[in-house]
Every structure is written in C-alpha cells, then in structure tokens.
Design a protein around this ligand. Structure first.
Ligand code: ATP
Ligand code: AMP
Ligand code: MG
Length: 195
C-alpha cells in the first residue's frame, strides 16, 4: 500500500530529571544527516517565554503560579506548538506537573485536541537514577523528592499517559534512559518514529 508521507508530532514526557531534554538533544545530534526537517520544541520554554513578559524569571517558578495562570500559559503554548509544520515535531513536556494545588495534567483532553500528537513517548529510568540526577543537576531548581515519591510519580505518569493514548488514539511507547545508555535510548526513539 502506498501512503502519503505523514507529518509526525511526537510528544515526549517524563518526570523531572529523567533526562528528556538531554535525550532529545542526542536525537538531534544523531539525525543531523537525515534528510528530514525535524523541529524540537520544549513546551515549558514556550510557556516561559510568554510568562517572562509578566515578570517570571525562572522556568521552575511556572509550576508555583496559580492553576488558572498555568492553564492559560499551557493553552497559549499548545496553540503556538500546533502551528509548527515541519515533517517531524518533537515536543519535550510532562504528563503532569506537581503544583501546590495538586498534580496538574500536562496533556488534558483539550490540549491533546490542539496538539494532535501522532506518537506518545514516556522516558523513564530506574528510580534511584532519577533521584541521583535530580540531586546532581545544579542547573535547575527541581523539587526534592524521595525514591518512594519518584516511584509513585512513575505510576501516576503511566496511568495518565495510558489515558492520553486512548483519548488521542496515538501509540504509546516507553523508553528506558538508563545510566550511560543515552545513545541507546535515542536510537530506540529514532527507530520507533521512523526517522
Ligand atoms: P526536566 O523535566 O526537569 O526538564 P529532564 O527530563 O529534561 O528534566 P535533563 O535535564 O535532560 O532532564 O537531565 C537531568 C540530568 O540527568 C542532567 O544532569 C543530565 O546530564 C542527566 N542525564 C540524562 N540522561 C542521562 C543518562 N542516560 N545517563 C546519565 N545521566 C543522564
Ligand atoms: P521543563 O523544562 O520541561 O521542566 O518545563 C518547565 C516547566 O514548564 C515545568 O516545570 C512546568 O511548570 C511547565 N510545563 C512544561 N510542560 C507543561 C505542560 N504540558 N503543561 C503545563 N505546564 C508545563
Ligand atoms: Mg528538560
């Protein structure tokens, strides 16, 4: 069967510190010679660019804003991202955000309808690895969490992403980003989205 080339919108989620941004940078490095226009975008960066106009100075302050402010920024970011029309768009984001008002879904139904993902990817790693990455990375102000809390976050993420797969009708794949195995994880993603 001959198929028309389909644009791909790949939504990559993972709990803070699992290595999404590092992994996506590695993907870009590995595919630079492929003849495809790939656009990588970070959902939080798009929210942050808008929030900066309103006096926010650190991307890690976004999750402390009121839920209604976060939801406004979330919708604006999704609408901006939906206008990118490269062959492949990779979106670096979260299944949920831990906020003072509770766990806010990163991909509620109305946001999925705006983004229209074709592929959903969960990046995960061993709980201890995630714990250590959060502790070691001084470039960010991540919330401190115990290994037990990280385990719970992984379970919640899995439930939320199963729901996203059903609502969007898009396939869901989980990729292990284990210590020292960045390139392996990047190649698995490249293969699974047919780059
Ligand atoms: P956030 O959701 O907070 O943006 P993230 O998932 O994008 O987090 P990164 O900032 O990419 O996480 O990575 C967190 C830390 O983990 C970084 O210091 C990075 O170098 C390290 N790291 C990522 N992947 C690996 C790996 N496979 N092996 C070892 N260290 C890694
Ligand atoms: P990140 O650099 O991926 O940690 O993103 C920075 C911040 O952006 C996160 O801590 C959240 O506050 C926000 N963010 C990212 N993706 C989403 C999303 N899908 N929905 C709501 N907020 C998000
Ligand atoms: Mg990141």
């Amino acid at each position: 069967m001959h198929c028309l080339a389909e644009n791909k919108k790949v939504v990559v989620v993972g709990i803070p510190g699992v290595g999404k941004t590092t992994l996506i940078n590695k993907i870009v490095e590995l595919i630079k010679d492929h003849n495809k226009s790939v656009h990588v975008t970070n959902f939080g960066t798009v929210m942050f660019e808008v929030a900066k106009e309103n006096g926010i100075h650190d991307r890690d302050e976004l999750r402390k804003l009121s839920i209604s402010d976060q939801k406004n920024l979330q919708k604006i970011a999704a609408e901006k991202l939906s206008k990118i029309d490269d062959d492949v768009v990779i979106i670096d984001t979260h299944a949920f955000i831990r906020t003072p008002e509770g766990l806010n879904p990163g991909l509620p139904y109305h946001i999925l309808q705006i983004i229209e993902p074709t592929h959903l990817i969960i990046v995960t790693a061993k709980t201890e690895e995630i714990y250590n990455r959060r502790m070691k990375d001084e470039t960010r102000n991540r919330d401190k969490a115990s290994v037990a809390t990280i385990k719970k976050e992984l379970d919640i993420q899995s439930a939320m992403m199963s729901t996203c797969a059903v609502l969007s009708g898009s396939p869901l794949r989980t990729i292990q980003n284990n210590e020292g195995k960045l390139e392996e994880a990047a190649n698995q993603i490249i293969e699974s989205i047919g780059l």
